[in-house]
Ligand binder design. Structure first.
Ligand code: 0O2
Length: 209
């Protein structure tokens, strides 16, 4: 009976979640074009790789609970910004802002929020550029505006975030002090590595110019 219930609940979420899947499809196509055009013009891919996902209903209702909201689809649309999520990994910090500029320029994309955890990292050392975008999805009988959360970070930032995320959940959101200290030191190393790679990239660009 439990699985039947779950199946029924899942059905109810399906029509909402498919909208977010379409939103991801739209942004993914835009990113693919930008990456290919950039490669064609400058012989360099600003996107190393990317991953996208639609949050599952369990994840959405859990987030709503955390925010003190009832688990309705209306609340999900209003309060959960990351139902559709894309994580873009770049080689260089400069690429991150290039991708942001390119998305920001597109007429049909509305940038709702920018959280720059690169200029202002989180106290634990977390770095990434977070964007909440809104994009129209053209359906057979209407147009829906869909929100997509985009996280853009370097390979080094992503390596750090992956480890931190694991520790955070392993220790049930209370990472022991000595480990938090090590993570902060590692975040400084990430910063130093990204800076060094940026300098090397500039030199390579000069050689190629
Ligand atoms: P999970 O476990 O990845 O699903 P909001 O989503 O707007 O309600 P918030 O915290 O204001 O909440 O948004 P923010 O700061 O933009 O963070 C959203 C997502 O960024 C998180 O999703 C994480 O994926 C990632 N993130 C933010 N801070 C950290 C951090 O310190 N370490 C790591 N590893 N990732 C981080 P979730 O749903 O909160 O978490």
């Amino acid at each position: 009976a439990v699985t039947e219930m779950t199946k029924l609940e899942l059905e109810e979420w399906k029509d909402l979640l498919i909208l977010y899947k379409f939103g991801l499809d739209e942004i993914n196509t835009k990113l693919k074009i930008l990456n290919e055009e950039f490669k064609y013009m400058y012989n360099h891919n600003p996107i190393e790789h990317l991953k996208s996902r639609v949050k599952d209903p369990a994840g959405i209702t859990e987030k709503l609970k955390r925010k003190g909201c009832a688990a309705t689809k209306e609340n999900a649309r209003q309060y959960v910004q990351d139902i559709a999520g894309i994580r873009i990994i770049s080689s260089f910090v400069s690429d991150i802002y290039k991708i942001y500029d390119m998305l920001n320029q597109q007429d049909d994309i509305r940038v709702i929020e920018v959280k720059d955890y690169i200029k202002k990292p989180k106290p634990n050392g977390y770095k990434s550029l977070h964007l909440i975008l809104e994009i129209p999805v053209f359906l057979s009988n209407r147009t829906e505006m869909v929100k997509v959360e985009v996280q853009i970070r370097t390979v080094a930032m992503d390596f750090w975030a992956g480890i931190e995320h694991k520790l955070y959940y392993k220790y049930e959101k209370r990472v022991p002090d000595h480990m938090a200290g090590e993570l902060l030191k590692a975040a400084e190393t990430v910063h130093a590595l990204d800076a060094k790679m940026g300098v090397l990239k500039k030199e390579v660009d000069l050689l190629e110019a």
